[in-house]
Ligand binder design. Structure first.
Ligand SMILES: [Zn+2]
Length: 940
């Protein structure tokens, strides 16, 4: 990589162009372009180089037409996002795309024009990606895109000296990793850009269409779409190495100036040379030196000045071929003949490493000085006409109702000198170019009487007094001029007192970005505006009542002037607030409320109290409603007022402009700004999550969340009504609203079913079906069964006959004296694993007794009916229940569910004894069927 490419990118392309074109007779731009395409040079680069310089024209495109076209493009070019439950579009997309493409092309032409002529209107009509991504591809190709481009800024200033008009042109050049330029965009901004130099590394965020990029601009903050990463490192002091390249065209071989003449103008020690002028103007801080090369003949035509930017690039390429080491120079001047069809006389980059300047007025030294002044970073020296007053009332840091006269300062080569005189830079320009040291600029912000010395004298004295005007960054500069050296022809109306300039370095008011404004202090006396007598005379005052500033000249001679400055800080000055809005444009759906942040800075002087600001919004078309809180903002404070703007349910698809009126109790605080509200569709569909339910019986309930989506694939957050129901009566569970968009499904039987959720938003509704599958088998409700068991053995034993067995008797009995007890054995083996619901022991009394009877657990069941006696009887365990057997033939019913449950599946024994000596007798299993003991068990 040679320094050649680092020095000037895009030269390689130009070299390629020249190499190919040298062999071809051409002068038609079209032919060039065709060849460029054939040889594979990115046409975007070349096209941008062919850019025309057009004077601003009055014929602003009718914006409503663009709006209408936008609506058509959005309506007809839109992919329809309404989907059925299978996710398929319910309408045939592309039906109307043909119409939309035609309209989009029509619209594109108008938008390209708007980009140049009315960038703000362009931005208000621009369609954000939220919209364009939903347009058919063919339509999208014709519509602007959101861009965020990082590159280097080129700022070119065009001087139409004859008509006293000027123009700034901005480009953003994008480089690849090898520092080679790959693309160049023309940059436009809705509000004037702050004063920036060529080579500034920036990112621009806005909308791109073809090779044009439009940003909001206007401020010094990032929200305006311009972010500055790095400022160019250039030094306007010291040696300034100038390479003057002379060239002509293969259809105009004239040589309007000889190399010797050019050398003499630029680099000689003649009094009227650029070298001498800058040496004096800079107090010997700048040395202009360099070389003149050429003539080179460009394979191009100068029939017009279209493409003049690439002439420079091509001329550099030829110089490089001829062995000129371009990196030795930090200033490049192009000098060439003209056929008189150029819009401007000369044009130059503001700053730049290297800087570039294009000269058609090739013999006027003053114009070289002027264009180099731009290269060194200076803007114009203008004058300010405010009717019959020296200054008007301030708005936004600038006097309202005043006109800036381009080149209007008659005492600065950056104004209109006329050109045979190269007057010194004025005081602000000498500050800007660092010709004045910081110590030579005195800032005065309290009442003071101070002396300022003549600007031309070479010494270290104070040469400029700076009075801050408001918090918004403007200053009055007070300086004295003296009729010596280059200033010897200044009119006495300039040199007989101090001159006052208004300057705001990063000025963004009007289109004279960065220019100084000379104030006329003799309007009352003269009754007319003549800036050749604009100075203050002894005893006279300049008064800015609104800002509480007065400057009175006490005395002066040719080398110094004494002025009395009074600053009344007690005055409350209500100044126009700064107002910016973000975002400028938003996409909503019908009825949606969108929030716009209005950033308001109260610029009132510190002495004022806080003011209540509010924003009222209105739209000329559409049913928009706005609301914003009132906000108290103190002087110097910045606050955001959030303005909510709601479209109506009936506003059709389209771009709507809503005006926000910022107001407080003071009329001076009134400011308006416009925002765009783009209505783009409505409810598109509703989705559910999960979109199907597969569950099983006994599982946890399923939570279903429904989401209504708009046509921009955006979730609709509010205002949607959701209805939930089963698709059929054949339900497989229950549904219950958790909240309006969330439902809970609880399965209650196996099978297939479905749930529908219907979303309604304004006049639109959409449904979604959620299939439901519940698996598992229903456990049949076990039927209740009854088992009637007779004892497998029963017997009584008595103490009176301890060895006797009574098992075969058809009764058993109890008594306390002599002790007589009975045993009953049951086999519960068939009840293993069953659930015992109820167990009732029925025993029938044969002989009654009033003694209390007890039913007891028995520890063992190993006894047999035929062998049990009092001696071998098993012992009793816990008592289960007490009862009476006080009536013959009574059937005693005893609930023994607990013990049966405990013993189920086994053989077990119950024992009965008595607390009294009156014998009770019961029927045994050997008795008649109906009398026998019975254990009745209900179980599952
Ligand atoms: Zn200029």
């Amino acid at each position: 990589m040679s320094d050649y490419f680092n020095l000037n990118n895009g030269v390689e392309e130009a070299k390629g162009i020249i190499a190919k074109l040298k062999k071809v007779k051409f002068n038609k731009k079209l032919l060039i372009l065709i060849i460029l395409v054939v040889i594979g040079i990115p046409t975007t680069v070349i096209l941008s180089q062919q850019k025309q310089v057009v004077e601003k024209q009055a014929s602003i495109v009718n914006p409503s037409t663009v709006s209408e076209l936008s609506s058509l493009v959005m309506t007809k070019g839109k992919l329809d996002l309404r989907v059925d439950k299978a996710g398929k579009s319910t309408t045939s997309e592309g039906r109307q795309v043909g119409v939309a493409v035609t309209k989009a092309k029509e619209r594109k032409e108008k938008m390209l024009k708007l980009a140049e002529e009315n960038p703000e209107e362009f931005l208000l009509n621009a369609l954000p990606s939220q919209v364009t991504k939903n347009l058919s591809l063919q339509v999208r190709d014709q519509v602007e895109k959101e861009v965020d481009i990082k590159g280097k800024l080129v700022v070119i200033h065009y001087d139409d000296i004859k008509n006293k008009k000027d123009k700034f042109e901005y480009r953003v050049q994008v480089f690849d990793n090898n520092q080679k330029m790959v693309k160049s965009y023309d940059l436009y901004s809705a509000k004037p850009l702050r004063y920036l130099q060529t080579g500034t590394e920036v990112s621009v965020k806005g909308y791109g269409l073809d090779n044009k990029v439009v940003i909001q601009g206007g401020g010094e903050v990032d929200t305006t779409g311009l972010h500055v990463y790095d400022s160019p490192k250039q030094n306007p002091l010291g040696p300034q190495k100038v390479l003057a390249i002379l060239f002509n065209f293969d259809d105009d071989l004239r040589k309007p100036i000889s190399k010797d003449e050019a050398r003499k103008i630029l680099f000689s020690d003649d009094a009227q040379s650029i070298k001498s002028y800058y040496k004096t103007n800079s107090y010997d801080k700048v040395q202009v030196e360099g070389d003149v090369v050429g003539y080179y003949t460009l394979p191009s035509s100068n029939e017009s000045c279209d493409g003049s930017y690439v002439w420079g690039t091509a001329a550099q390429a030829i110089a490089y071929d001829r062995g000129i080491k371009l990196s030795d120079y930090n200033r490049i001047l192009y000098i060439f003949p003209t056929k008189g069809n150029c819009w401007a006389s000369a044009w130059a980059t503001i700053g730049g490493v290297p800087s570039e300047a294009w000269m058609t007025e090739v013999k006027t030294v003053g114009i070289y000085a002027h264009e180099l002044g731009h290269n060194f970073g200076s803007a114009h020296a203008n004058s300010l006409s405010c009717g019959d007053k020296p200054i008007g009332e301030f708005e936004y840091g600038y006097p309202n109702g005043c006109t800036s006269n381009e080149y209007g300062d008659p005492a600065d080569v950056m104004g209109y000198t006329p050109w045979e005189h190269m007057f010194h830079f004025n005081a602000p320009h000498k500050e800007e170019t660092n010709y004045l040291a910081d110590s030579q600029i005195l800032t005065v912000d309290t009442d003071s009487t101070v002396t300022v010395n003549a600007l031309e004298n070479v010494d270290s004295s104070v040469k400029a007094i700076r009075v801050p005007i408001s918090e918004s960054g403007s200053y009055y500069y007070i300086s004295l001029r003296k009729a010596i050296d280059y200033d010897q022809n200044l009119p006495t109306g300039i040199t007989d007192g101090v001159g006052i300039h208004l300057w705001r370095r990063y000025n963004q008011f009007n289109n004279s970005s960065g220019s100084t404004q000379l104030i006329d202090n003799t309007t009352e006396a003269e009754g007319s505006v003549d800036f050749r007598n604009s100075s203050l005379t002894d005893g006279k005052s300049f008064i800015d009542t609104q800002n509480g500033i007065s400057v009175k000249q006490i005395s002066h001679d040719q080398d110094k002037a004494t002025v009395e400055i009074k600053i009344d800080k007690s005055v409350c000055r209500h100044l126009s607030p700064d107002l910016s809005v973000s975002p400028l444009s938003q996409v909503g759906i019908q009825g949606e409320e969108l929030a716009y942040d209005f950033t308001v800075k109260n610029n009132d002087s510190p002495n004022c109290g806080a003011s209540d600001f509010s924003v009222n919004g209105y739209a000329a078309v559409g049913g928009f409603q706005t609301s914003s809180p009132a906000m108290s903002i103190g002087p110097g404070e910045t606050k955001i007022i959030q303005v909510k703007i709601k479209s109506s349910n009936n506003d059709p698809i389209g771009v709507y402009k809503v005006t926000g009126e910022l107001r407080s109790q003071y009329p001076r605080h009134s400011r308006d700004t416009q925002v765009a509200y783009i209505v783009f569709g409505s409810l598109a569909y509703v989705v559910a999550n999960p979109d199907r339910i597969d569950t099983s019986l006994g599982s946890e309930p399923s939570i279903i969340l429904a989401t209504a989506m708009d046509t921009n694939y955006k979730r609709i957050l509010g205002g949607v009504n959701y209805e939930w129901k089963f698709i059929s009566d054949d339900q497989v569970g229950t549904i219950e609203n958790v909240n309006t968009s969330t439902n809970k499904f609880t399965p209650n039987r196996p099978g297939n079913g479905g749930i529908t959720v219907k979303a309604t938003f304004n006049n639109y509704s959409s449904s979604f079906e959620i299939p439901v599958n519940v698996s598992g088998t229903l456990t049949p409700t076990p039927t209740k069964k009854t088992l009637k068991l007779e004892p497998t053995a029963d017997a009584f034993v008595g103490k009176d006959k301890p060895s006797a067995n009574h098992g075969s008797l058809n009764y058993f009995q109890t008594d306390s004296t002599p002790s007589t007890i009975s045993y009953l054995k049951f086999d519960l083996s068939s009840l293993a694993g069953k659930k015992i619901l109820k167990a009732i022991l029925r025993i029938k009394v044969s002989d009654s007794s009033d003694a209390t009877q007890s039913l007891n657990e028995v520890s063992s069941s190993s006894w047999t009916e035929s062998r049990i006696n009092f001696k071998n009887k098993p012992s009793f365990g816990n008592k289960i229940v007490s009862f009476k057997a006080n009536k013959a033939n009574k059937i005693v019913m005893l609930d023994i569910e607990k013990i049966v449950n405990l013993k189920k599946g086994r053989v077990f024994t119950l024992g009965i004894d008595s607390a009294g000596s009156n014998t009770a007798k019961f029927y045994s299993r050997e008795s008649a069927l109906s009398n026998r003991p019975q254990l009745v068990i209900e179980y599952q």
